[in-house]
Design a protein. Structure first.
Lengths: 215, 387
């Protein structure tokens, strides 16, 4: 069975509706069909899979490679309206953790129009218009979660400074968590050194005890 | 008994006389059901044969009606799964594979190397296909099949896992036919080419042995998950043509025992096994896209280290794998994996990026330029139409 690709636009976002199945026998054909419909400067793409009856590993690869064309800031990509069978494959394989999946085309279009919201600091807007932090400032709780440390640090800066742009916030978050992970690795290495030292002390102490017993 | 098995048989039968005798009985058995398909397709020529097989795979009843009787019967029988197969029972195993794909894929590679330590290697060698493209193609084909059967619905009648498993069975039958026609194989010495015994030992390796290796590399799975994984391979092996007498209802311990006794029965790995094992290791950097010679060497060396740790020095030396100190490698890998999982819990963005590249690597390592249901039309690679 071949694959059919129908192109349309929804609120300006390019949508490709795939019908049939994608397997090893037609994955190249599918990849070619998708490639031919995407302009070089296309900002976003939604794949509507409501009519896709089956997808195998070759098909997942086609989706992954297509998604990679839309990873620059400001671009968006998502799957929507997966049939139960295809949804099962996407979920169990973990693919849904990598690629955004939406229940409806409307939700997908709205999400892409709104831009990616990953790791935006959690805020609420109280009635007086100010911005308050949702998270606790309890250092013991915070200290266990590098993500929360990074988020809190950024939010604390924004409390008394102009808000960072989305791109700058993302860059700051990534840089902070990267540095904190280096700290964690340093602590773990130090811990291993301490443990090794403890074993050496234990051996040395045993030798002292045995030496005293021989005397 | 084929004479190649005689020297080891006494020792093997001391370990488990019943199972050793059963294994040896299977060394002279082929796959009559699939062999008949290939025999009846022969007079039609390879193009027509491939057309009929494609029709069977795609349930093209109109074309199948003009196919030989054996072809129609073949697909008719396989249309209905055996009563013990329950697709839902395979879900925990499928989930475990995807959770631990980073250890299952190396474990799968090691199982492929272990298969090479049997007379399966001689079968490959007889095809003359052990050239520079052998390793990458073998790894990609095997990995593709493995990944495919580990997707929900893949072993349903229309699923890719079903098709690839059945394709393997027909390709085996065709290769068996070509080897026999070539006159290069002495069955009184080596048994049937691609015998039932070898189907059994390969199935055991790709199921129970792989589970064991994945566990040693850091996968944590409960009994129900392990049983589920075994059942997936039980059905896939059944489709591939492994006789039920060597599937042991997919019970992990019995399947382990089959591998243990098969190892004891099989002749010591010879030159063919060493060459094939080497080809597999040489293929790894190519598949991973490592073009820098130092990076490629580092990857191969690590693979040798891990493989030696998993299969043991005896088999590693028989396969002439380079000697590396490997005692600490498995604990280090398990710890590294544990730390990686902690890291991913703490930094979800890193976890997502890792999963994305790991998943892409998984799919890339199984990529074949095309997938057809064509059968090989000649034993020698140079003379065969690409299939």
């Amino acid at each position: 069975m071949s694959i059919e690709v129908a192109w349309s636009r929804d609120c300006g976002t390019l949508v490709a509706t795939l019908a049939g199945r994608i397997d090893g026998a037609n994955s190249i054909e599918c990849a070619d069909a998708l490639r031919s419909g995407i302009r070089d400067d296309e900002p976003s793409l939604i794949l509507n899979l409501s009519q896709l009856e089956y997808i195998g590993s070759a098909g997942l690869r086609v989706l992954l490679l297509t998604a990679r064309k839309f990873t620059r800031p400001g671009q968006g990509f998502g799957l929507c309206e997966l049939s139960p069978r295809v949804g099962d494959v996407v979920t169990v394989s973990g693919f849904a953790d990598i690629i955004s999946v939406y229940g409806s085309q409307r939700d997908a279009v709205a999400a892409i129009a709104a831009g990616k919201q990953a790791r935006t600091p959690a805020t609420t807007e109280p009635a007086d218009g100010g911005i308050r932090l949702q998270r606790s400032v309890d250092m013991d709780v915070l200290g266990e979660n590098l993500s929360d440390i990074a988020t809190y640090t950024i939010e604390k800066h924004e409390f008394t400074n102009p808000a960072l742009s989305a791109g700058l916030r993302e860059e700051a978050y990534t840089a902070i968590t990267g540095v904190l992970w280096e700290e964690v690795e340093r602590i773990m290495r130090r811990r291993e050194e301490i443990l090794a030292g403890m074993f050496q002390r234990a051996v040395a102490t045993l030798e002292e005890v045995l030496a005293r017993a021989d005397e | 008994m084929p004479s190649a098995y005689e020297p080891q048989y006494e020792r093997a039968s001391r370990l488990n006389p019943e199972l050793a005798a059963q294994y040896i009985r299977h060394t002279v058995l082929d796959d009559p059901f699939a062999d008949k398909v290939v025999a009846e397709l022969g007079p039609f020529g390879i193009s027509e044969a491939n057309r009929f097989i494609r029709a069977g795979m795609n349930r093209d009843g109109k074309t199948l009606r003009t196919a030989p009787r054996a072809v129609r019967d073949f697909f008719e029988v396989l249309e209905i799964p055996p009563p013990w197969w329950d697709p839902e029972a395979g879900r925990p195993g499928i989930r475990a594979f995807h959770d631990y794909s980073d250890v299952f894929i190396p474990a799968f590679f090691v199982a492929t190397v272990q298969n090479a330590a049997t007379l399966i290697a001689k079968g490959f060698y007889a095809t003359g296909r052990v050239n520079s493209s052998f390793g990458p193609r073998r790894i990609r084909q095997n990995t593709r099949h493995f990944i495919e059967i580990m997707l929900p619905g893949a072993l349903d009648r229309g699923g890719e896992g079903w098709r690839l498993s059945v394709r393997i069975r027909l390709v085996h039958a065709q290769i068996r036919h070509l080897i026999r026609a070539s006159g290069r194989w002495d069955e009184s010495v080596f048994g049937a080419p691609l015998s039932s015994a070898h189907m059994g030992v390969a199935s055991a390796n790709f199921s129970a042995t792989m589970l064991k290796q994945a566990t040693r590399l850091g996968a944590v799975m409960n009994r129900a998950t392990r049983d589920s994984f075994m059942q997936i391979w039980r059905y896939a092996s059944w489709l591939i043509g492994t006789p039920e007498s060597l599937l042991f209802e997919g019970e992990e311990q019995k399947t382990h025992e089959l591998y243990r006794i098969a190892r004891a029965c099989e002749p010591q790995p010879g030159m063919e096994s060493a060459v094939i094992a080497r080809a597999l290791f040489e293929a790894l950097p190519k598949i991973a896209g490592k073009t820098d010679p130092e990076e490629a060497k580092a990857m191969r060396d690590q693979a040798y280290r891990v493989t030696r740790a998993l299969i043991g020095d005896e088999m590693a030396d028989q396969l002439q794998l380079p000697k590396f100190r490997s005692r600490a490698i498995l604990p280090i890998m398990r710890n590294t994996r544990r730390l990686t999982r902690v890291h991913h819990r703490l930094v979800p963005s890193v976890a997502a990026a890792w999963r994305s590249s790991a998943f892409a690597f998984l799919l890339d390592s199984a990529l074949l330029d095309d997938l057809s249901y064509r059968l090989p039309d000649h034993l020698d690679a140079e003379k065969a139409t690409p299939w």
